[in-house]
Design a protein around this ligand. Structure first.
Ligand SMILES: CC(C)(COP(=O)(O)OP(=O)(O)OC[C@H]1O[C@@H](n2cnc3c(N)ncnc32)[C@H](O)[C@@H]1OP(=O)(O)O)[C@@H](O)C(=O)NCCC(=O)NCCS
Length: 146
């Protein structure tokens, strides 16, 4: 758990430094711990860890999500990635790719049509990673600052 929280802190700091106007000043570790523990208990959730030299160096966490049919859109079953993070010292070594392949296999076995996630526009490195893996934008949220 401590290793997972450490990775979450890394991902949070990456965002917070870039856009302090969007993100709270410090991560609430007790709330983060609760959220992860709740995710562990869900039958439709996944939590994959990558290890190197007996240390956790990566995590992909999320759950199945059924998007209901609407006026326009069909019902779809997605494997929603809530978080993927690789420890700084292990990046660019295919750890993230392997974690995402694991997610895709898990999702396929459960009849999901796609692996889906949201990424902040500020996160150029993660966007490059997703692009390298073949992810494509389906929906874009735009904001006009007031
Ligand atoms: C995004 C992240 C998970 C990528 O993990 P990683 O283990 O370094 O990625 P991999 O080594 O598996 O790379 C897979 C592919 O993505 C590309 N890629 C990864 N990071 C990249 C970067 N910063 N810039 C350009 N391309 C990148 C690699 O070149 C590789 O492409 P290739 O196979 O065509 O050569 C990692 O950088 C990270 O943890 N970032 C901080 C947390 C974060 O932002 N998470 C996403 C939140 S939405």
């Amino acid at each position: 758990m401590e290793a997972i929280l450490g990775l979450m802190q890394e991902a949070f700091a990456h965002h917070q430094t870039a856009r302090p106007d969007l993100f709270v000043a410090a991560l609430d570790l007790a709330a983060a711990r609760q959220r992860i523990e709740a995710a562990f208990k869900r039958a439709d959730a996944f939590n994959f860890l990558a290890e190197a030299n007996r240390a956790v160096v990566g995590q992909a966490r999320g759950a199945l999500s059924v998007v209901p049919a609407g006026l326009f859109n069909r019902e779809r079953k997605l494997a929603w990635v809530e978080e993927i993070v690789v420890a700084r010292q292990a990046r660019m070594g295919n750890v993230g790719r392997k974690l995402m392949e694991r997610v895709a296999g898990w999702a396929r076995d459960r009849g999901a049509q796609a692996v889906a996630l949201e990424v902040y526009a500020l996160n150029a490195s993660a966007r490059a990673f997703y692009q390298a893996l073949g992810f494509e934008p389906v929906r874009l949220r735009l904001e006009y600052a007031l």
